[in-house]
Design a binder for this molecule. Structure first.
Ligand code: ADP
Ligand code: AMP
Length: 210
């Protein structure tokens, strides 16, 4: 079975920011459950409607919904050589389900202290066309309102990127997702990188792991 990579860490750790570099190095497509759910929300599908309330509240979407989504995604042809999971798995049940359907070669955990997370998330914006990730202070576009990657001129902010929801998302991370670190450590798959450094330094640390 072709092997996949898991990008792990709290909300705002920099998973989406680092994913492009990992995709470039490995050729594996990024599979972000958050992006898939947001796309379903925009399209107004049954999945989107089911996920909406959980996402707006900063709570995890139920495991059966997420596992079904991943099972379907992995049947697509571009996933045949493995993928880069971003934001999945987020519970032990999701990790157990993943172990049944895919081979994970490494879990790269981007570690960032809680104290940094609110500032990171509340300043986040993305290109409305290519979803490139920016930050008001830490990583702004070179020219205001013009995407460095695709030149598009419309940016967007996520509805759940507000301080109140971030605190709920962080609590969900500590209660439901952080225990996965030991789950993967016991399987010798867990590698931590310091995410509390410049974006380029984090990329270099991840490249060294790969
Ligand atoms: P995640 O996908 O883990 O939720 P993102 O990649 O979207 O996180 O990053 C969250 C925010 O933090 C974005 O606005 C991004 O520009 C910014 N960011 C990412 N990595 C760093 C870093 N190393 N230092 C400062 N800000 C960062
Ligand atoms: P993210 O884009 O990874 O920050 O995810 C945004 C929101 O989507 C989360 O706060 C959850 O509500 C939901 N979500 C994304 N991935 C998962 C997952 N693997 N399990 C449960 N909920 C998820």
């Amino acid at each position: 079975m072709a092997s996949s990579i898991v990008l792990f860490g709290p909300p705002g750790a920099g998973k989406g920011t680092q994913a492009g570099n990992i995709v470039a190095i490995t050729g594996k497509p990024q599979v972000s459950t958050g992006d898939m759910l947001r796309a379903a929300l925009v399209e107004g599908t049954a999945l989107g409607l089911e996920a909406k309330g959980y996402m707006e509240a900063g709570q995890l979407v139920p495991d059966d919904v997420i596992i079904g989504l991943i099972e379907e995604r992995l049947t697509q042809s571009d996933a045949s050589d493995g993928v880069l999971f971003d934001g999945f798995p987020r519970t032990i049940a999701q990790a157990e389900a993943l172990a049944e359907i895919a081979d994970v070669s490494v879990v790269i955990a981007i570690e960032v202290p809680d104290g940094r997370i609110v500032d990171r998330i509340c300043g986040r914006y993305t290109c409305n066309s290519c979803d490139a990730v920016y930050h008001d202070t830490f990583n702004p576009t070179q020219t205001p309102e013009i995407c460095d990657h695709c030149g598009h001129t419309k940016m967007k902010r996520r509805a759940d990127d507000n301080e109140e929801t971030v605190r709920t998302r962080l609590a969900a991370y500590h209660e439901q997702t952080a225990p996965l670190a030991d789950w993967y450590r016991h399987r010798d798959l867990f590698v931590a990188v310091d995410g509390d450094q410049d974006i380029d330094m984090v990329s270099a640390s991840i490249s060294a792991v790969l």
